[in-house]
Design a protein around this ligand. Structure first.
Ligand code: PLP
Length: 440
């Protein structure tokens, strides 16, 4: 095997070959043997328009033939990139005023952290460099973005700068509430925890907080009512910037353009990627509020330049694809489309609501999860995922949570097919578990 596979056991991969994907057909991908699979998590939550959308291919080809590359350094920019920036700023939540392009979600997070520090330095607060993040949050695979990620296997042996990070709890009421604790009390406790963490570290050392409005890779965790208000109150008390990581939730996934709108989040910085180009071109962006932009611009002016940028940032082919994505999203009446199809998904999810094997069903727009009861064994969701794959549908398991976030181009029949396979897979694994218990 000459390839190193991300988030895979390399030794196991030497004997167990990967599933080789050779084609795409709408919401399905086709493996090397010709078997097709519905991808019910839109690959890595990133392919809302499926795997061979003709309009995206045309847009990329047209741009390839017009201007296949140019940069945005030193007073130049592809025209299409500038147009995209303008269009994004109109769609982004208040108080965003500018965007800075990159190539991956991790890079966007790295850049957002640099901007927090640049901002704090520009105010003479040179100690305010640490960033708070949450257990279970996923923010990428760079140095800081991996350190901010609240998953041990992203740190182990990599030597990422954990000393720059302060960690607080995730808002998972089902699992993390104390016995008898109400949702309101849980939210208050998380607010107090953040407050104490910042106080203990010294507010003069804490510059930013990063969080996904709804945690994705950590298990589709929907925050309880009032959570973001509580968090934002603590952050503003300590003069700490808020980075909203919308790399999964951005561009309609939760039934609004950006999930900040759902929770009244007023981000100082916002990261986006994935659905911006429907993953057809590697592209990301960091959005800056006017407050942050003004300080960054003044400071950079004093230095004579803004000393940051990457060769492929704002790539014109990516920008053309992103413009076409926005056209498609508008043509399909996003976010209403996601709200309606999400409500239809809700009917499928309701089948699992009262099953004894299910601890909780969660959904916002077309981002959803089924959390299985712990008593079934820690590998229950893995086994369901494997069973479903045999039956032609990809889900993603995160511990005992099964994530479902299908492409926006799904029909109601596709949604029916997804839940039909899920139901049969759960039944099959339950039956196998019972057989196993009887034999034991
Ligand atoms: N932030 C969030 C919320 C993500 O879900 C991801 C990837 O899944 C990232 C950051 C990192 O993005 P990328 O894999 O493009 O580097």
């Amino acid at each position: 095997m000459s390839q190193v596979f991300p988030f895979t056991d390399p030794v196991a991969a030497e004997t167990l070959p990967p599933l080789r994907i050779v084609g795409g057909n709408g919401i399905k991908v086709i493996d090397v043997r010709g078997k097709d699979y519905i991808d019910a998590v839109s690959a890595l939550w990133c392919s809302p328009l499926g795997f061979n959308h003709p309009r995206l291919a045309d847009a990329a080809q047209r741009q390839m033939q017009t201007l296949n590359y140019y940069h945005s350094f030193m007073g130049r920019t592809p025209n299409v990139t500038e147009k995209l920036a303008r269009r994004l700023v109109q769609k982004l939540p208040s108080p965003i005023s500018h965007v800075l392009f990159g190539t991956s979600g991790s890079e966007a997070v790295e850049t957002a952290v640099k901007l927090v520090r640049y901002y704090q330095n520009s105010r003479g607060k040179s100690e305010k460099m640490r960033i708070v993040s949450r257990e279970g949050g996923y923010h990428g695979s760079g140095q800081m973005s991996a350190a901010l990620t609240g998953m041990g296997y992203c740190h182990d042996a990599f030597g990422v700068p954990l000393h720059d990070v302060l960690r607080v709890g995730r808002p998972h009421y089902l699992c993390d509430a104390q016995p008898g604790e109400t949702e309101v009390a849980f939210v208050k406790r998380l607010g107090r925890e953040l407050d104490e963490t910042i106080r203990d570290a010294g507010p003069e050392t804490v510059g930013g907080f990063i969080g996904e409005p709804i945690m994705g890779s950590g298990g589709v965790i929907l925050p309880p009512n009032g959570y973001w208000e509580e968090i934002q109150n603590v952050l503003s008390k300590h003069d700490v910037l808020l980075i909203a990581d919308e790399i999964i939730t951005g561009f309609g996934r939760t039934g609004v353009w950006f999930a900040c709108e759902l929770f009244g989040i007023q981000p100082d910085l916002l990261t986006m990627a994935k659905q911006m180009t429907a993953a057809v071109f590697p592209m990301s962006a960091v959005a800056l509020s006017e407050k942050v932009y003004a300080k960054v611009a003044t400071q950079a002016h004093q230095f004579g330049t803004f000393g940051h940028g990457v060769t492929y940032g704002g790539h014109p082919v990516g920008a053309a694809v992103a413009m076409e994505c926005l056209d498609i999203y508008e043509d399909m009446c996003l976010p209403n489309h996601v709200t309606n199809l999400g409500a239809y998904m809700g009917k499928g999810l309701a089948l699992f609501d009262n099953m004894p094997c299910v601890a909780q069903v969660r959904r916002e727009g077309m981002l959803s999860a089924v959390e299985f009861a712990d008593c079934l064994g820690s590998d229950f969701a893995t086994r369901v995922t494997e069973e479903a794959r045999e039956r032609g549908v990809f889900f993603r398991n995160i511990g005992n949570i099964l994530a479902i976030a299908p492409p926006y181009i799904c029909t109601q029949e596709d949604i029916d097919a997804i839940f039909d396979v899920l139901l049969k897979s759960v039944d099959a694994v339950l039956a196998e578990t019972e057989r196993h218990h009887e034999l034991a």
